[in-house]
Design a protein around this ligand. Structure first.
Ligand code: PRP
Ligand code: URA
Length: 282
């Protein structure tokens, strides 16, 4: 293990770059105590650079050690590298995958990603009467989570997430990308009331130029929303940076951060046109 850099990012965080090591060295525990409550560790396997990732580390709760999979350049973006997500995403990318399977996979990946996205939901203590005695239990507190799919393709992600969080509310934002200008054109906006205290998850499989995501999030903020995250399956570096620029408070969760956009604004390698593949309209 080689510690290349330690840089305090703010009062409570530090970045350590490690090579050839995926495990947290015990020495970092002391470092955490020295620097503060949290520490971010970038583990880099020289032979497998694609496995680079940031690992979240909490001094007081060693068991919460888990991979966040982000990089300093794209600090607003977390890549969910769960093996099932990556396996299913590869089938999704395959040009031969038929519409029916495509739809099922979008649904399943969204559900798996929602598991990550809901990891920080607040809990409140409750009494639970088992058949034998009353004990303490937990239930998710706060206002109901609100899912906001961007039409059309975001619709494919809703049901999977609702299976995990059936009480979630669902708003809708209608946008399409003009094929020549690539600018988003909005045609529908409907979200639940009581916006200020809700957590919003904006859903769209694709973050390409970022125009649609920026427009949807701007509309949500205009309506009073402030706690917004963006959940997608494939993101481009251009889209991630555009969101970082225009809505730096919005975290992106994605299953993949792809290489680039082509001249028509499609993500490479990507998976093609998500809406067309979901609804068989190509
Ligand atoms: C796709 C996709 C996003 C948008 C991403 O939708 O579902 O909403 O493009 O591109 P951007 O980041 O460059 O804005 P599209 O406009 O094709 O509409 P559709 O879902 O109705 O097919
Ligand atoms: N929208 C899509 O559906 N796919 C892309 O690659 C880019 C935008």
């Amino acid at each position: 293990m080689l510690v290349l850099r330690v840089a305090a990012e703010n009062h409570r965080q530090a970045l350590i770059v490690l090579r050839h090591h995926h495990r947290i060295p015990t020495a970092t525990t002391a470092l955490v105590e020295e620097i503060g409550q949290r520490i971010l560790v970038l583990a880099s396997m020289a032979s497998q650079p694609e496995h680079d990732g940031l690992i979240f580390f909490h001094a007081r709760e060693i068991t919460s050690l888990r991979s966040m999979h982000t990089t300093p350049e794209f600090r607003n973006c977390v890549i969910v590298r769960h093996p099932l997500v990556q396996h299913k995403l590869s089938i999704l990318r395959d040009r031969h995958t038929p519409t029916k399977i495509f739809k099922e996979l979008v649904d399943e990946i969204a559900m798996l990603m929602a598991y990550e996205a809901t990891a920080s939901l607040p809990l409140e203590e409750v009494d639970v009467a088992t058949p034998l005695e009353v004990t303490k239990g937990w239930r998710v507190g706060g206002k109901k989570l609100t899912l906001v799919p961007i039409l059309r393709a975001g619709l494919g992600m809703v049901e999977g997430i609702l299976r995990l969080v059936p009480s979630a509310r669902v708003g809708h934002i209608g946008l399409y990308r003009d094929h020549t200008t690539l600018q988003p054109v909005d045609y529908y906006f409907k979200i639940p009331g009581d916006v200020a205290e809700r957590d919003f998850l904006v859903l769209d499989p694709m973050l390409a130029t970022g125009g649609s995501a920026v427009s949807a999030i701007t509309s949500l903020k205009r309506a009073g929303a402030s706690r917004i995250r963006f959940l997608c399956l494939v993101a481009s570096p251009e889209g991630v940076l555009r969101l970082l620029n225009e809505h730096p408070d919005v975290q992106i969760l994605t299953a993949a951060l792809d290489r680039e956009l082509n001249e028509s604004g499609y993500i490479l390698p990507g998976l093609g046109d998500a809406g067309d593949r979901l609804f068989g309209t190509r």
